[in-house]
Design a protein around this ligand. Structure first.
Ligand code: SF4
Length: 226
């Protein structure tokens, strides 16, 4: 099955997918990716009981502080089974373990066979209250676990750490599987075709800009329609 990041990109803009994954134009790193990766590496190291990793000097204090908060408020509730493991086509930045899920009466409802896929997200600005369920659904489909959780870590240290746990019914997983399979099918149809056959993002989309699209210089799409 297509990886989540490839699906997300393809669903946004087929042409951008083409430039990165077919033509292999290198995608420059950015501040968000760099900081997210530094957090993930530091969290994985802490969970494996390894020493604090070398990170950018300006991030050391912030990450150390957030690791201590995770150690106090989140990690004691987890029984870790795997850290940063490959599943199928995706490397999932995950912990697969148990996380206590309680209902509104305070009673434990538990996760699927006591297992849950957990991903960590660094919050750069405000908390995102609504999360796209596609990504956790992808985690569930690739691991066979029906529960997924996001632990949201704010860069603003005065904000608390949030954990959102999501369970999936079979119909919802089927719905997402269909969407991923449709993308797989279309990618197969496009194989060997020229760039022009790959569709463009919808006109006026905010991510179609010189700031957010690494392929802006190559792609006529945004400029022609701009
Ligand atoms: S410039 Fe716009 S249309 Fe072209 S690849 Fe980027 S997002 Fe897609």
């Amino acid at each position: 099955m297509i990886s989540w990041s490839a699906y997300e990109q393809f669903a946004l803009c087929e042409r951008q997918y083409y430039y990165q994954r077919v033509e292999k134009i290198p995608r420059p790193s950015n501040e968000y990716l760099e900081i997210g990766s530094a957090y993930h590496a530091a969290i994985a190291a802490r969970l494996r009981g390894e020493k604090f990793l070398q990170v950018r000097p300006d991030l050391v204090e912030e990450i150390r502080h957030n690791l201590d908060r995770l150690q106090t408020f989140v990690f004691p509730h987890l029984r870790i089974q795997a850290v940063e493991q490959w599943f199928d086509s995706d490397k999932i930045d995950l912990l697969s373990g148990t996380i206590p899920v309680v209902d509104y009466r305070g009673q434990a409802v538990g996760c699927d066979e006591g297992r849950c896929v957990i991903d960590f997200k660094v919050l750069f600005k405000k908390r995102k209250m609504e999360r796209n369920r596609g990504q956790p659904a992808h985690y569930c489909l690739t691991t066979g676990i029906r529960w997924a959780a996001f632990v949201e870590i704010p860069r603003d240290l005065s904000e608390p750490i949030f954990t959102t746990v999501m369970g999936f019914q079979q119909w919802e997983l089927d719905h997402w599987r269909e969407r991923f399979e449709e993308a797989d099918k279309r990618i197969l149809e496009l194989r060997g075709k020229p760039a022009e056959d790959y569709g463009l993002v919808r006109q006026g989309h905010p991510l179609c800009s010189s700031k957010w699209c690494f392929a802006w210089d190559q792609c006529p799409g945004g400029k022609i329609r701009g």
